[in-house]
Write a protein that binds this ligand. Structure first.
Ligand code: JJW
Length: 447
């Protein structure tokens, strides 16, 4: 057994997202989002699940905050639902939507929990989708209008902001693989979306500076680490492309004002171009205050001529998997963070999501989610290792506080450290909740 000690000022937290937990989909003037429409279209979500009620956190947030208080977290990462604020995407402000987030944030502050707010966690107002959504450059300006209102409304209360959660999922998973809303399968469209998200990110950061907001702003890409099956150059390069797609494709434009060549050439071969207009790359490459890293899994990959646009094939080498089928590879988190530090030096990092789908349910009122504890332990040890290495990692947000609506998987995949009974909406603390409580209290993990 070894003890891994975290810095005194390390920020421990938990993360959620609006559509996954709030419910109350048609209350207090909320407009529809693309996820309401997508989840209500048969065939898109497992078992026909949707976020109409979800965890009902729109009403039960005091109970959820009480859970966080008991857990002892310093931070809560949540997202704001754009269509609660602007039911028509732009223009008329829905005061009742704003008031909900004021109640939430005030309750957090009263409990000495710092809010870390994600502006966009996938729930685009449906009316904007009907005008082309993120494929339409108008959406960029609509987003900046929404973000600016949030900055002025919560200035002094919310001091940490994330523009976009997992830009790769918003663009490629949703518009090329068709797995998430709005469900298109068009690589050019997805690439337009990716580029427009980056411009919206850059313009929002500019606005944040212009407005003189007190706080920090960043973005949270999902990082997919890939380990070459053999040391052959073609396998190594296949992995570099896989890694670059979810990460560098978004981070290179932000940090260097340029898309990565390793992918540009493959995209061009597929006949796809990035719709760059005069000034776009300058807009995108605003300095940011921190990088959010979402990490869950890694794969072993090799080159294969016909393995998709990247010619990179995932090989199942028999690693243990979580209940959503994602291989467990904690070392991939260490490697990802080293890669980021080497390529984008000196940027402060928050682990904005990490966690495991483990479907254990209550037995006599207890949830013995041993494998989740093991997953968290292994990943936190790698985080501490990175800190020892000198990587400026400031905090860790466990995904998630609650079991919730896991997008296309619906309620069948549980990521919470608190169990939710989706019939009664009762919350039951899992063993991992008590384990994490002790980690936070002591500031250390023991192997
Ligand atoms: C990739 C599946 C086709 C969420 C993916 C599916 C099909 C090649 C968890 N992160 O619920 C990635 N999550 O809301 C944000 N992260 O491809 C938060 N990434 O691939 C969590 C799902 C994901 C994915 C899911």
């Amino acid at each position: 057994m070894t003890t891994f000690q975290f810095p005194k000022d390390f920020k421990w937290g938990v993360a959620t997202a609006a559509y996954q937990i709030e419910g109350a989909f048609n209350e207090d003037g909320r407009g529809l989002s693309i996820w309401d429409v997508f989840s209500h279209t048969p065939g898109n979500v497992l078992n026909g699940d949707n976020g109409d009620i979800a965890c009902d956190s729109y009403h039960r947030y005091p109970e959820d905050i009480a859970l966080m208080k008991e857990l002892g977290v310093h931070m809560y990462r949540f997202s704001i639902s754009w269509p609660r604020i602007f039911p028509k995407g732009r223009g008329d402000i829905n005061r009742k939507g704003l008031e909900f987030y004021h109640r939430l944030v005030d309750e957090l502050l009263q409990n000495e929990i710092e809010p870390l707010c994600t502006l966009y966690h996938w729930d685009l107002p449906q009316v904007l989708q009907e005008e082309g959504g993120w494929n339409n450059r108008q959406t960029i300006d609509d987003f900046v209008e929404y973000a600016s209102l949030m900055f002025s409304e919560f200035n002094g209360k919310i001091k940490k902001w994330i523009t976009f959660n997992e830009p790769w999922c918003i663009s490629y998973l949703s518009n090329y693989f068709g797995a998430h809303a709005p469900g298109y399968k068009d690589l050019q469209l997805a690439t337009n979306v990716a580029h427009h998200l980056l411009i919206a990110h850059g313009k929002t950061v500019q606005k944040f500076r212009e407005m003189g907001i007190d706080g920090e702003i960043g973005i949270a890409p999902n990082i997919s680490w890939a380990v070459p099956f053999t040391s052959k150059q073609e396998d190594v390069e296949a992995c570099l492309r896989t890694i670059a797609w979810t990460g560098d494709w978004f981070m290179d434009p932000i940090f260097f004002g340029k898309y990565p060549d390793v992918l540009m050439t493959h995209f061009q071969k597929a006949g796809v171009t990035v719709p760059i207009q005069q000034g776009d790359m300058e807009t995108i490459s605003q300095p940011i205050d921190f990088l959010g890293v979402n990490y869950y899994s890694a794969s072993v990959n090799r080159f294969r001529e016909d393995a998709g646009i990247l010619q990179s094939e995932a090989v199942d080498v028999g690693y243990e998997k979580t209940d959503i089928g994602w291989p467990i590879d904690a070392r991939g988190l260490y490697e990802s963070l080293c890669y980021i530090k080497n390529k984008y030096p000196n940027i402060s990092i928050y682990i904005t999501e990490n966690g495991a789908c483990i479907n254990d349910e209550p037995v006599n009122g207890q949830v013995h989610d041993r494998r989740r504890i093991q997953y968290m332990k292994q990943h936190l040890i790698q985080v501490q290792r990175c800190i020892e290495e000198g990587i400026p990692i400031k905090g860790y947000m466990a995904w998630s506080l609650l079991d919730n609506f896991e997008w296309a998987e619906g309620y069948s995949k549980r990521f919470g450290i608190v169990f939710v009974d989706f019939d009664t909406l009762e919350r039951v603390k899992k063993d991992s909740f008590y384990w994490y409580q002790n980690v936070i209290k002591t500031g250390r993990v023991e192997s």
